[in-house]
Design a protein around this ligand. Structure first.
Ligand code: BUP
Length: 456
């Protein structure tokens, strides 16, 4: 342990998109001599989360863990015909259990120096950190543009500004956004996502600092505006510390298949850990991949929550399809190590929902992204993919692919995989990403700054 090193407790919320950056930061801080405690929420929504936490703790014996048993919660607003997203319910359940944290956290030894918490805990953590006299840092797991939206949105709500009529949306100090880029539940006054986003925005301002998994070269304008106090006055300093790197590299049967494919020939297809396409969307995407003529590695999900995902690949895509593409496509349903896949020389592109972790991972490896946002922050993320040169985003595809046909998908995939100009631009983004996180880079400096202020 480093002399005078800080003891940092990390509190992730729910879903792999939130957990992954927390585990990466935990390993990074522990590797740099900090004492680290991971607060483990019970129960988790997905099996993947609990498996990753167990595995992480067993391979990082130097990281301590603290069990946090949350109180069960059912959304009273839920209309039975539209079940609320189980991850949203979990965010709210964690927020409602915040009062259980002070006795747990104050029992730790050596005493804590700071907390690093997920944005979804922001409203609940302020009384906790005040009570324990501990500085709280938010680790924001999406892009800086989404952070700007979260910081600004309470003002929209306070002023009763209607966002329904104007086709555009303004965040002070930033270029106007088309309203269609915002997460759709923001337009529903009663939606749990809107309620959470507003309370998170109010909580955010009380943090000591905000760490984000992005890097200067990717979002310099937004980061500067956030730190100028233009978006909301009193916003704590925003430190870009990304892209966060993995703590281990997994293997799987897919590796031998990938290794048999020519360099740059394979399209990796994944919509992240919490998006399951409908049966029709799966059929059209399969048709598109087939028509594109390119090789592909497709991570398929049949259900939002893995515990409820029991369908076989063949049931989802059909036996005939599997037979037709067997020489150039591999479809998997198990968890894969996406980082290792993106790193592989056979990969030439990534058809992605643009979850923020996926974007930062593609950026690191300089893999061109064909953006196909599905919900939440993903259009904002896709806009960065496009503006940075990391990839292409066909905006007319909208959210998901309700009306999209295989023909169109296939044509785009083929054009995208042949785009040499894009490959060069994505390679440049990769160089910037690795420079930022590497020794002496902006992100490394910001991380050291965080560790030093945490020590005091
Ligand atoms: Br699926 C899958 N293997 O099989 P995002 C995902 N991942 O390593 P999401 C795997 O999970 P949110 C798999 O590399 C990334 O680190 C992937 O996070 C990894 O999207 C993470 O990309 C997924 O942010 O989360 O899952 O939709 O909605 O919170 O953005």
């Amino acid at each position: 342990r480093m002399e005078n090193s800080p003891h940092v407790a990390l509190l992730p919320s729910a879903g792999m998109g939130h957990l992954t950056p927390f585990l990466r930061l935990a390993a990074t801080l522990a590797g740099r001599g900090c004492t680290v405690t991971l607060v483990v929420t019970h129960p988790t929504v997905s099996l993947t989360e609990s498996q990753h936490i167990t595995h992480f703790l067993s391979t990082h014996p130097q990281v301590h863990s603290l069990n946090f048993h949350i109180l069960p919660f059912d959304d009273p607003i839920t209309d039975n015909s539209i079940p609320t997203d189980p991850f949203f319910l979990q965010f709210e359940a964690i927020q409602r259990s915040g009062h259980l944290l002070p006795p747990l956290l104050s029992s730790l030894s050596p005493p804590l120096s700071s907390l690093v918490t997920d944005i979804m805990l922001a409203p609940t953590i302020d009384p906790v950190s005040t009570h324990l006299c501990l500085p709280n840092y938010v680790l924001f797991t999406s892009c800086a543009k989404m952070l700007a939206l979260v910081a600004h949105f309470p003002t929209v709500s306070d002023k009763g500004i209607s966002i329904d009529l104007d086709p555009n949306f303004d965040i002070p100090g930033l270029p106007t956004l088309p309203k269609s880029w915002l997460p759709p539940p923001l337009f529903d006054q009663t939606h749990i996502f809107r309620r959470l986003l507003i309370s998170n925005g109010r909580g955010l301002i009380k943090a000591k600092g905000i760490l984000t998994n992005t890097f200067q070269a990717l979002e310099s304008e937004t980061l500067a505006t956030l730190n100028d106090g233009k978006i909301v006055s009193g916003l704590p300093p925003v430190l870009a510390i990304g892209p966060l790197e993995p703590y281990e590299y997994g293997q799987g049967p897919w590796i031998s298949w990938l290794s048999a494919q020519p360099a740059g020939s394979v399209m990796y297809v994944s919509f992240g850990s919490r998006t399951a396409l409908s049966k029709e969307e799966i059929r059209e995407l399969g048709d598109g991949l087939e028509k594109s003529g390119v090789r592909f590695l497709w991570v398929l999900k049949g259900n939002k929550v893995d515990k409820e995902d029991s369908q076989e690949i063949e049931d989802l895509v059909g036996y005939d399809f599997l037979k037709r593409v067997k020489n150039r496509g591999l479809i998997v349903k198990d968890w894969v190590d996406q980082w290792v896949i993106l790193e592989h020389v056979a990969i030439g592109g990534f058809l992605s929902h643009c979850g923020w972790n996926s974007v930062t991972e593609a950026a690191w490896h300089g893999v061109p992204v064909l953006a196909w946002p599905q919900h939440g922050d993903q259009k904002l993320n896709a806009s960065i993919v496009k503006s940075s040169g990391l990839g292409l985003w066909e905006e007319s595809w909208g959210w998901g692919g309700e009306k999209l046909k295989g023909e169109e998908i296939g044509k785009r995939i083929r054009e995208f995989m042949e785009n040499e100009e894009l490959k060069k631009k994505a390679t440049n983004v990769g160089e910037e990403a690795r420079k930022a996180a590497g020794k002496g880079g902006n992100s490394e400096k910001a991380l050291i700054e965080f560790m030093q202020t945490s020590k005091k």
